[in-house]
Design a protein around this ligand. Sequence first.
Ligand code: HEC
Ligand code: HEC
Ligand code: HEC
Ligand code: HEC
Ligand code: HEC
Ligand code: HEC
Ligand code: HEC
Ligand code: HEC
Ligand code: HEC
Ligand code: HEC
Length: 315
Amino acid sequence: MPADSRIPRVLLFSVLFLFAVGCAAGQGQASQQTPVKSAPSASASATSAPSPEASQYVGAETCKTCHEDIYNAWQKTPHWKTTLNKEPSHQGCEGCHGPGAEHVAGGGDVTKIFNPAKHSAKEVDAKCLTCHADAHPNFDRSPHARANVGCISCHSVHQSKEEKLLKASQPALCFQCHADTKPAFNMPFHHKVNEGLITCSDCHDVHGTFLANNVKSTADQNAICTKCHTETRGPFVYEHVAVKAEGCLGCHTPHGSQNARLLNMPAIAPLCNQCHSGVANNTVHGMGAGSSETITCTNCHTYIHGSNMNAAFLR
Ligand code: HEC
Ligand code: HEC
Ligand code: HEC
Ligand code: HEC
Ligand code: HEC
Ligand code: HEC
Ligand code: HEC
Ligand code: HEC
Ligand code: HEC
Ligand code: HEC
């Protein structure tokens, strides 16, 4: 059935557009139901016209007549909402592919339509950002954009089985290119990314941030860690200066570690003694049973991230 109804519609639309764009009458003779790559004609210069008229846009329903499979899959994605847009240049297929009248009039002339697959990452990103710049204002300065990893390296816009139109789910998507981070998540202690408990994008915004390594930040520009580990956030009456000055990564490693508390050193005493070397041999610390030689620092300095009760974080 669809095959039967399709041909006349194509013809009808084609004729309408030929009329609208005022193409040479001779071209109208060409059979439009068999798509052909038409030879470059005098009207080719029209592609560089300064501002495309509304009449150069044909609407997604027209594209459907020849690209039905793509249309049907696309229709189920959130991008269908663009058809509600009032501005033709921001609607449907043409929101990404640009005005389609000449492509249609040419029976599917591939030289008259923007095909992202044939353009640089920067050009495609610019198209996407005409609508998504508000949500992703920092993309251009992100390590991904600078390395020519563009929107469609990670997103599949016509259809996707994954959330957010991703090409693959996390972390598999990320490991395709970041295989070097994989071993950390196989260490004895790690943030449970492979297990699906948290995702790479809980800590990173791959669309760009103001911190190094695409690390997300909270409103007060602290690394994102305290969003989940609220008990470490403070403010405390007695802050551990290191937490504020160095941040969480002064003592922890984010992906995985041999240490059960994801510390960036194998044991606690040497970690502390990087900054407190003078302390351990004096006063309370040097005295036999209570010595830091036998009991680890945090057995006594329990509230290591800060305390409201005690300046030495004992309680
Ligand atoms: C959100 C942007 C976007 C929208 C909307 C969109 N496309 Fe595409 N299209 C792309 C991108 C990007 C490519 C390049 C290949 C890829 O990444 O899938 C592409 C490629 C194509 C191709 C080349 C063949 C192929 O599959 O690679 C055709 C044909 C096409 N699109 C038709 C359509 C039609 C018809 C619609 C509307 C039903 C549509 N597109 C809507 C972005 C879009
Ligand atoms: C009259 C039928 C017809 C209509 C209507 C039509 N196309 Fe096409 N389109 C084609 C044909 C034929 C091709 C070439 C297919 C191929 O090479 O596999 C094509 C190819 C494309 C390509 C790939 C170009 C390339 O560089 O390979 C894109 C993108 C595309 N169409 C988008 C659209 C969009 C968007 C619309 C609606 C504005 C649309 N088409 C309407 C017939 C049509
Ligand atoms: C390196 C991979 C990657 C690149 C490159 C990328 N994205 Fe994403 N995008 C993701 C992931 C992962 C998510 C889901 C998690 C998130 O929101 O950060 C996502 C989510 C989104 C969302 C949904 C946001 C939301 O919060 O609901 C939009 C819209 C989006 N991306 C658009 C873009 C655009 C536009 C570009 C190019 C300018 C782009 N993305 C580049 C991986 C990527
Ligand atoms: C004409 C405007 C427009 C263009 C161009 C556009 N988008 Fe979108 N995009 C939208 C709208 C509207 C939504 C739906 C937002 C919503 O659901 O609130 C959306 C949603 C998305 C989402 C989120 C999907 C989800 O499941 O939440 C992603 C990812 C995305 N777009 C990526 C892209 C990429 C990649 C490109 C370029 C190839 C692109 N968009 C081009 C308007 C656009
Ligand atoms: C298509 C390949 C590709 C995919 C997919 C990809 N990345 Fe990247 N990523 C890169 C490249 C290339 C760079 C820049 C060069 C570098 O630093 O490794 C980069 C940079 C980064 C950086 C910054 C590293 C630094 O040294 O500044 C982070 C963090 C990152 N990606 C995380 C992710 C996450 C999370 C995902 C999955 C949602 C992801 N990437 C998906 C290729 C990719
Ligand atoms: C718990 C938060 C968190 C999670 C989850 C996380 N990261 Fe990271 N990642 C970070 C932080 C913080 C840094 C910065 C490390 C530094 O500055 O030493 C980083 C650094 C990186 C880097 C840059 C250099 C390096 O250390 O290898 C890449 C690439 C990266 N992460 C990719 C990923 C990928 C891929 C995933 C998911 C498989 C992921 N990250 C999950 C917090 C996280
Ligand atoms: C999305 C929420 C989330 C974010 C963001 C996050 N974490 Fe975690 N973190 C967890 C969960 C859940 C666990 C427990 C995992 C488990 O059961 O193995 C955990 C475990 C830990 C542990 C080990 C604690 C223990 O008792 O086993 C440390 C240390 C840690 N995270 C530090 C950090 C640091 C540092 C950051 C920022 C770079 C960070 N986390 C960001 C959710 C998060
Ligand atoms: C001065 C070093 C240091 C800094 C900075 C630091 N931590 Fe810790 N953290 C530790 C030590 C040591 C432990 C292990 C405590 C223990 O074994 O009793 C720990 C334990 C943890 C734990 C496990 C649960 C707990 O409280 O014992 C989490 C979660 C955690 N830290 C998150 C964070 C976050 C988030 C930040 C940044 C806001 C941060 N840490 C900054 C040293 C530090
Ligand atoms: C990155 C450096 C750094 C690391 C690592 C570090 N600290 Fe600190 N710590 C500081 C600084 C700086 C101060 C503030 C010192 C001051 O004012 O003399 C401080 C203060 C303290 C205080 C309170 C001192 C006082 O005079 O009231 C205690 C107790 C303490 N640290 C214990 C520890 C323990 C235990 C560890 C290991 C788990 C540790 N620190 C790891 C930098 C660090
Ligand atoms: C047996 C319990 C205990 C252990 C173990 C311990 N401390 Fe202490 N620490 C204390 C007490 C008690 C004080 C004195 C608190 C006060 O003056 O109120 C103190 C004070 C401190 C101070 C601040 C006072 C000063 O001397 O400058 C620092 C810094 C400190 N400890 C670091 C460490 C480090 C680093 C370790 C591990 C190498 C460690 N402590 C192990 C009990 C302990």
